[in-house]
Design a protein around this ligand. Structure first.
Ligand code: NAP
Length: 307
């Protein structure tokens, strides 16, 4: 059992991230009471069936009443509306955080809505799968994964320490950085790969000659790995693109330049340039495996939904 203990944790949004949090909070006994809020009756009913919490509401304000930790895990475009809903009901001294994949936009939406007497500490667990909804979560999602916190200049150290201890108890490693830096780093390591995957899978589906059956039959030759990323939640990724626009456009610009160089190397038969690039990139995958952020298995060792 952990010594991090909250009386009441409110989870706003109970999809992949929210339900994984609910499961680990329960398992590690990190709260006496887990309050769950989600906007639809359907998702709420499923969360209840899965016994993810102690109380359930479709009204966000009801869930956060008396909570000492509030974690918002909804698509980033909905953060401002959620902050507006919960603001009047928040307890003085409560920690309010989020799991959103973009940080500057979430801060711009939430900070003006929240009262000065709560500790707002934005966050982003770098952990996920292509699945969504309350069934897709699992208690070990955050184990050995980074959680990036982007505290504001006036964030109180004790509140930050408490939130760090919470994520550590969930199994995460913690890093702190500015929201701008987070958005730039995530644009290249997460947002761009998803956009490229959406693009290549979209192109394949547009090619009339490559029929569905051929795309599926021969997918093991590389395409399959893109389809995993391109199966990610459309709402979440629409919001990421709209809310990290500048950093994504910057990285897309660099990507396009590098792609042109690669195209030129292929056109002019520059085997040395191709070999050098492919050797450099192979080493990066080795580094990632050595850092424990991936396993060396052909299926990427990723768990399937429901496991
Ligand atoms: P998810 O499985 O799709 O669950 C989304 C939750 O947000 C559900 O409870 C849903 O409620 C609610 N929701 C959807 N649209 C909403 C809206 N307009 N207003 C209020 N609530 C809304 O999503 P997730 O994967 O847990 O992602 C949650 C957050 O974590 C996102 O900000 C995402 O960027 C971030 N994140 C995701 C991953 C990942 O790999 N998936 C990783 C790290 C961070 P209903 O079902 O009741 O509609």
């Amino acid at each position: 059992m952990s010594d991090v203990k909250f009386d009441k944790i409110a989870l706003i949004g109970i999809g992949l991230i929210g339900s994984s949090l609910a499961r680990v909070i329960r398992e590690k006994k990190l709260a006496k009471h887990i309050a769950i809020a989600t906007r639809s009756e359907k998702t709420l009913a499923r969360a209840r069936e899965l016994n993810l919490g102690d109380s359930y509401a479709t009204d966000n304000a009801t869930a956060v009443k008396d909570a000492d930790l509030v974690i918002v895990s909804v698509p980033v475009g909905a953060s401002g509306a959620v902050a507006h809903d919960i603001a009047p009901a928040l307890k003085e001294g409560a920690i309010v955080t989020d799991a959103g994949s973009t940080k500057s936009s979430v801060i711009a939406q939430m900070a003006p809505e929240l009262p000065a007497y709560v500790h707002f500490i934005p966050g982003h667990p770098i952990a996920g799968t292509e699945y969504s909804g309350p069934d897709s979560g699992f208690s070990t999602l955050f184990v050995n994964r980074w959680c990036i916190l982007t505290p504001l200049p006036d964030t109180e150290k004790t509140a930050l320490k408490k939130l760090e201890s919470f994520w550590t108890a969930c199994g995460s490693k913690i890093d702190t950085m500015t929201p701008e830096h987070h958005d730039l780093v995530l644009a290249i390591v997460s947002h761009l790969p998803h956009i490229i995957a959406y693009n290549i899978v979209g192109t394949a589906s547009d090619l009339e000659k490559v029929t569905n059956s051929e795309v599926i039959a021969y997918s093991a030759s590389g395409f399959r790995d893109f389809t995993r990323l391109a199966a990610s939640d459309p709402t979440m990724w629409r919001d990421v693109c709209l809310h990290n626009r500048d950093a994504i456009l910057e990285m897309l610009g660099r990507f396009s330049e590098d792609l042109s160089a690669l195209q030129r190397a292929i056109r002019w038969g520059d085997g040395e340039a191709l070999f050098d690039l492919f050797t450099r990139t192979r080493a990066i995958r080795r580094d990632i495996i050595e850092a424990g952020q991936e396993v060396d298995a052909p299926d990427f060792g990723r768990r399937k939904a429901g496991n």
